[in-house]
Design a protein around this ligand. Sequence first.
Ligand SMILES: Nc1ncnc2c1ncn2[C@@H]1O[C@H](COP(=O)(O)OP(=O)(O)O)[C@@H](O)[C@H]1O
Ligand SMILES: [Mg+2]
Length: 298
Amino acid sequence: MVATRRQPQVLLASCAELPTSNGDDTQLPAALAELGVQASWAVWDAPEADFAQADLVVLRSTWDYTRRRAEFLRWCESLPALANPARVVRWNTHKSYLVDLAAAGVAVVPTQVIAPGERAEWPEHEFVLKPAVGAGSRDAARFDPADPTAARAHLRTLHEQDRTAVVQPYQEAVDAEGETALVFLGGVFSHGFVKGPMLTPATAREASELFVPEGLRPTDPPATMRRAAEDALDAACGLLGLCRSELLYARVDLVRATDGEPLLLELELSEPSLGFRQTDSAAQRRFASAVRGTLARR
Ligand SMILES: Nc1ncnc2c1ncn2[C@@H]1O[C@H](COP(=O)(O)OP(=O)(O)O)[C@@H](O)[C@H]1O
Ligand SMILES: [Mg+2]
């Protein structure tokens, strides 16, 4: 008699407020089931969820970790099988990784990291002040250097909460054409989408929101952007000492500088929205295949 092979069990990690994703990932369990992988949703900090038993835990909508990153990273590090790997998540959940990538030669939006107790040097033109550990645009705001009072107050608030801040010049192209997200699955380019501007001038975001609603649309990114995204991903893998294929998912967010060249705004290796609703349904099949690849390596 031929023994039937046990189906691999995958847990898609979410948070209590969005237990089955924000809608973007809802078809993933079905796409995985087609490939013989049993996938279900589980809230990352729910005591009843048995993450250690899963063949693979995949981070998805775990977006409430930003105010308790240490606890979240301890949880990530406790798991026998996590995608992406815990050390990637540790590096990537603090926006100082942008400084590392800039030092490695990646064209990054100029980024100052300001820890509590440190002073900011405000850029000459309009700028963005946001938390170094943040997601979904929460607590990110845009300021005019002619009126630094509001920016100082926002920085003080972040620092009083013991949060490190990031200052970047506001990238005008975001208003005109948005930012372009390039999604990689299993280290291979899958699809792109555009996200419209998220920040209205000098408006601090509601801290209670998990994410700010996004205006998204599909795009076929031009070669300059595809190449810049590949370069950013290779640089990150070089810094982390891993192969591309070890990254189940990656999202590279690019904006166009005033000279037209792409600049990296964010490299999301932790819990990115992957824009499945903005692209062909085959993207979810590619994701499922990349999960099979991750399971096969273990
Ligand atoms: N330097 C910047 N120039 C223009 N827009 C920015 C800049 N930084 C952030 N934003 C806007 O704020 C949003 C959130 O910032 P981001 O760095 O992507 O952080 P996160 O997505 O982790 O909250 C972006 O999607 C973009 O619309
Ligand atoms: Mg972002």
